[in-house]
Design a protein around this ligand. Structure first.
Ligand code: ADE
Length: 247
């Protein structure tokens, strides 16, 4: 997988490569990572990349030429161009899995009041938002995408289990986790986790995962197709949870 990041703040993006998982993926040649400074394609010797919006209005817009030339400097038939923008579809774990299967992601970061619409209409494949709020630019959103995708690449996490078990992987939030000691200031670990009975632990965790999702993100349950076991657990929880299924 290759990721090219187009930005006016290359050092900010490069700081990501110094830190654990992304840096390791680059060193291990799992991720080919490049940062392109849009200012290298500025329209004049003053390194101008922005201008006033036609029709008036506040702030400055990034101009088409520097952006399009920076896209063209790294694009091939295998590339997909993503513009990080609050107008995009909100990023989900499912989308990260889709991005993980692309060969080359080009992440375009806007600044100022945005970018010339002709770039979006003619050179961008998709807009991605990281949430319904507005940031000063796309860089932090790009870092979210880079981090989220990198950890899904083969060979980055210790084993597939590391993410097949976690929140959002199967449309549910993760069950709670505990580590030593068994008793921390009187707060104890659920007995079942110490039982060594793998089937009971599996059922307990599934139930806790559904309970967590129901309490914290009921919208996820509505969008998920539950299997028979999950449906039974959900119905039981909705009825007050007498049958906890693992005792
Ligand atoms: N740029 C500014 N705000 C953003 C957001 N919410 N998501 C992605 N890119 C952005």
């Amino acid at each position: 997988m290759k990721i090219s990041v187009l930005t006016l703040f290359p050092d900010f993006i490069r700081s990501l490569t110094n830190y654990s998982m992304v840096g390791r993926a680059i060193n291990d040649k799992i991720l080919d990572f490049e940062v392109i400074d849009i200012r290298d394609f500025a329209i004049n010797k003053y390194l101008q990349v922005d201008d006033y919006p036609y029709g008036g209005g506040p702030g400055m817009l990034m101009q088409a030429k520097p952006i399009v030339e920076s896209i063209e400097s790294c694009k091939s038939d295998k590339s997909k161009v993503y513009y990080l923008s609050p107008q995009g579809k909100v990023l989900t774990q499912e989308k990260l899995l889709e991005l993980r299967d692309e060969e080359h992601l080009i992440l375009l970061n806007g600044h100022y009041e945005g970018i010339d619409q002709r770039v979006i209409d003619n050179y961008v494949d998709e807009e991605i938002s990281i949430g319904d709020y507005v940031l000063t630019g796309g860089e932090i959103a790009s870092m979210v995408v880079i981090d989220g995708v990198t950890r899904l690449l083969d060979g980055v996490l210790a084993c597939e289990d590391s993410f097949s078990d976690e929140s959002h992987f199967n449309g549910l939030l993760e069950h709670p986790q505990y580590t030593r000691p068994k008793d921390f200031r009187g707060y104890t670990v659920p007995e079942i986790l110490l039982s060594g009975d793998h089937e009971k632990i599996r059922k307990y965790r599934l139930r806790e995962s559904i309970k967590n999702t129901l309490l914290k993100r009921p919208d996820l349950i509505k969008n998920k197709t539950l299997n028979e076991e999950e449906t039974q657990i959900l119905n039981d929880l909705l009825e007050g949870g007498k049958d906890n299924g693992y005792n």
